[in-house]
Design a protein. Structure first.
Length: 128
């Protein structure tokens, strides 16, 4: 009985706390990991949807529905978006990228909608 009393005395109880914590973490590890992933995905979703970095890899369409390409970079000037570097679709055979001034962007949501005049002038320049 004295051994049990000695093990559970105040001085010797310090080894018991980490073991109990490890057991609890082991039991609830799946729930803890799921909750952590859920919280981090919410944080990154908010950050991406409301920031310049959220524009990267968005698909770009004209207001008439023609697919143009994907956003590769955002170019900033004086803390404002100056333009977007867009990787063009394969239908634009000889050119890979364009710099589109941000003033031609009409809407940003799941995709970017740009003014149809841009694609028309692009077709004239590239003679597609």
């Amino acid at each position: 009985m004295t051994i049990v009393n000695d093990l559970l005395s105040y001085r010797n109880i310090n080894w018991l706390i980490p073991i109990v914590l490890l057991i609890i973490l082991g039991i609830f590890r799946k729930k803890i990991i799921e909750k952590f992933k859920e919280i981090t995905s919410k944080i990154t979703a908010k950050k991406d949807s409301n920031s310049v970095s959220g524009l990267k890899n968005k698909k770009v369409y004209t207001d008439s529905g023609d697919y143009v390409g994907k956003v590769e970079e955002s170019i900033l000037e004086k803390n404002k978006i100056y333009g977007l570097k867009i990787k063009l679709d394969k239908k634009f055979k000889y050119h890979k990228n364009i710099l589109l001034k941000y003033e031609y962007v009409k809407n940003v949501s799941e995709v970017l909608i740009i003014d149809n005049k841009v694609i028309e002038s692009l077709k004239d320049i590239l003679s597609i």
